[in-house]
Design a protein around this ligand. Structure first.
Ligand code: F6R
Length: 610
């Protein structure tokens, strides 16, 4: 949540900062701001409520010279989205600070600072950093000492960057729980929450580690670790080819990313399959040695990634013959759980920075898990760096806040993991080659499913005046129904619930009437007959149904039911394939509703606060 950019150069940096913010807008978009040290050694701060465009428009109407500056796009935690609460926050016209995350002890610090005469201009937790830094600077007279002393007093998970008009040659940054990446230019250096922000100016990056403090000048980067020792952090060349700034011919990133799924799946399979089998090294050189000993799998994730984990539970138990539990990270981390012997902790995350998932991984290490593996889309992210094994999804940057291609690629990664563990358990060579050939066929199947777009677009009109909806599925399609409901609610703001269809009669049937569309996912599998009965239960209560069904599933459109035919596929990949029409449905409903598809209200892409 929240995006940070910092730059120090010989040239004016305003354009770099604003372009960086545009690229970070997926992290938060309720207000944005920038602070520069101008040539008269004065702070030039501009803030605007709303998206980065509002700030960019304000900046272009006047000149804003300055070769050092910081910028921020906000997702509100403390204090409503307003100009006063927008970052950067300043103290005594000298210090400016941007911050991502939460300062847990802000109330106590604020009270102390107020008692000492500091006046607060916002309701944010961030402003305490600004005044504390100013106070420490007056005490020591040394900006680095003051910055270190300030950081030492903060509790919580955050990333922060500060500038001082009296020390205009430096940016000061600290990482404690929220990612910060340094970008290395020629005679200029940069900082950001995500390397995407800096791709127009550099491809050379290093990641700050937990507890690191960095002092960045035009020509140097000095990093201190948690113990205060000078350290080097590896500089790597980014090979990100996808330019996040480019929507191509698509109206929204979400639609582009839905259509990218065939290629994203090919990319994730690339090099991981060999001679019709899973390659030994698909999860890294060391993986087989770890995976062969595993007796239980515990999956931890949030949101869409959690739904991917729920599907995988069906697969682990059915195909690999190994027990599997799945839990939401924010629950797992705060309850006392029992650790099964030889248990593998699997985290799933598009961003690799989700605060709850990361905390769950750290907890798992303390309570005796055998080992950890992450399925993650962002190389160099915290989850990747802190896990024993990492499956890099290679799905390409996902910009739309509603996760689409990351979900289907997570499912592919999970199915490969089921195979990698299953080999040492119940999965024989024949099943393995069946799974692999189904996965190889998947991109083409998804292309066919994308051809349903026109029909789904038409059907979406039925949802224009609806306020509630119900999604039904059974077995490994139950989590797909949950994911379909999440997609619809987050981008169209229509209330959507998902139920395992067998649960209908235990309560939700009471909701059924003509105003409650019921969306059913119905592949042709062993639960089809049961699903037919559930559909009849809805029909008998006057419900209107939209059934996404295999052609062999024998559903027929009539006055109570619209049937959309989904391409026939192997059972094992059906959960992946059926996700696609549900993504399209939510997209087209959101278009009709006129919502902000890529940046739905109140949400952010990377949830680095708990
Ligand atoms: C919904 C969505 C979220 C994320 C969740 C976890 O479309 O994208 O529910 O799945 O915030 O994020 P990651 O996968 O980055 O850990």
């Amino acid at each position: 949540m929240c995006g940070i950019v910092g730059a120090i150069a010989q040239r004016d940096v305003i354009e770099i900062l604003v372009e960086g913010l545009k690229r970070l807008e997926y992290r938060g978009y309720d207000s944005a701001g920038v602070a520069l040290v101008n040539p008269d050694k004065k702070l030039d701060r501009v803030r605007r409520v709303g998206k980065v465009k509002a700030l960019a428009d304000a900046m272009t109407s006047e000149d804003h010279p300055g070769s050092v500056g910081i910028a921020h796009t906000r997702w509100a935690t403390h204090g409503e989205p307003s100009e006063a609460n927008a970052h950067p926050h300043i103290s005594n016209d000298r210090i400016a600070v941007v911050h991502n995350g939460i300062i847990e002890n802000h109330a106590a610090l604020r009270a102390d600072l107020i008692a000492e005469g500091y006046q607060f201009a916002s309701e944010t937790d961030t402003e305490v950093i600004t005044h504390l830094l100013h106070k420490e600077l007056l005490k020591s007279g040394d900006m680095l000492e003051a910055f270190k002393a300030t950081i030492a007093q903060l509790d919580g998970a955050y990333g922060t960057v500060a500038i001082d008009v009296e020390n205009p040659g430096q940016l000061y940054a600290a990482r404690s729980g929220s990612p910060l990446v340094i970008g290395y230019g020629i005679g200029e250096n940069f900082l950001a929450s995500d390397q995407l922000a800096l791709l127009p100016v550099t491809r050379r990056f290093s990641f700050l580690e937990e507890g690191d403090i960095a002092v960045i000048t035009r020509t140097s980067v000095q990093i201190y670790d948690q113990a205060g020792q000078t350290v080097q952090r590896e500089i790597s060349e980014s090979d990100i080819t996808h330019d996040a700034g480019d929507k191509g011919p698509f109206k929204h990133y979400m639609l582009k990313e839905i259509y990218e799924q065939p290629i994203a799946i090919k990319n994730t399979l690339e090099g991981r399959l060999k001679n019709g089998k899973l390659a030994e090294t698909a999860f890294g050189e060391d993986a087989d040695r770890i995976l062969k000993d595993i007796e239980h799998v515990q999956i931890i994730a949030c949101g869409t990634s959690y739904h991917a984990g729920m599907v995988a539970r069906y697969w682990f138990e059915e195909y690999a013959g190994i027990s599997c539990n799945v839990e939401i990270a924010s629950e797992f981390r705060y309850r006392k759980s029992q650790v099964h012997p030889k248990s593998l902790l699997v985290t799933i995350s598009q961003s690799g920075e989700t605060a709850d998932t990361l905390a769950a991984l750290r907890l798992a290490k303390e309570i005796g898990y055998h080992s950890s593996l992450t399925i993650c889309n962002v190389p160099g992210s915290s989850l990747v760096r802190e896990s024993d094994l990492a499956y890099l999804m290679n799905a390409g940057a996902e910009i739309g806040v509603a996760s689409t291609k990351a979900f289907t690629v997570q499912l592919v990664g999970l199915l490969l993991l089921v195979t990698a563990i299953g080999r040492h358990k119940d999965m024989n060579a024949e099943t393995e080659s069946h799974v692999v050939s189904a996965l190889n066929a998947l991109p083409a199947k998804i292309e066919q499913a994308l051809d349903m777009s026109k029909a789904i677009n038409l059907l979406a009109e039925d949802f224009a005046d609806k306020h509630h909806s119900l999604f039904l599925g059974r077995g490994d399609q139950y989590p797909i129904a949950m994911e379909g409901a999440l997609k619809l609610k987050e981008i169209s703001y229509i209330h959507a619930e998902a139920y395992a269809a067998g649960e209908l009669k235990h309560g939700p049937l009471a909701l059924i009437d003509a105003d409650m569309p019921v969306i059913v996912v119905a592949p042709n599998n062993e639960l089809l007959e049961k699903l037919h009965s559930n559909v009849e239960e809805v029909r008998a209560r006057g419900g209107l149904m939209y059934v996404f069904a295999d052609s062999g599933a024998h559903f027929k459109s009539d006055s109570t039911m619209k049937v959309l035919s989904v391409p026939h596929c192997e059972k094992v990949i059906a959960p992946i394939l059926y996700s696609v029409p549900l993504q399209l449905l939510s997209y087209y409903v959101a278009l009709i509703k006129g919502t902000d598809v890529d940046q739905p209200r109140n949400l952010a892409k990377s949830v680095t606060v708990e």
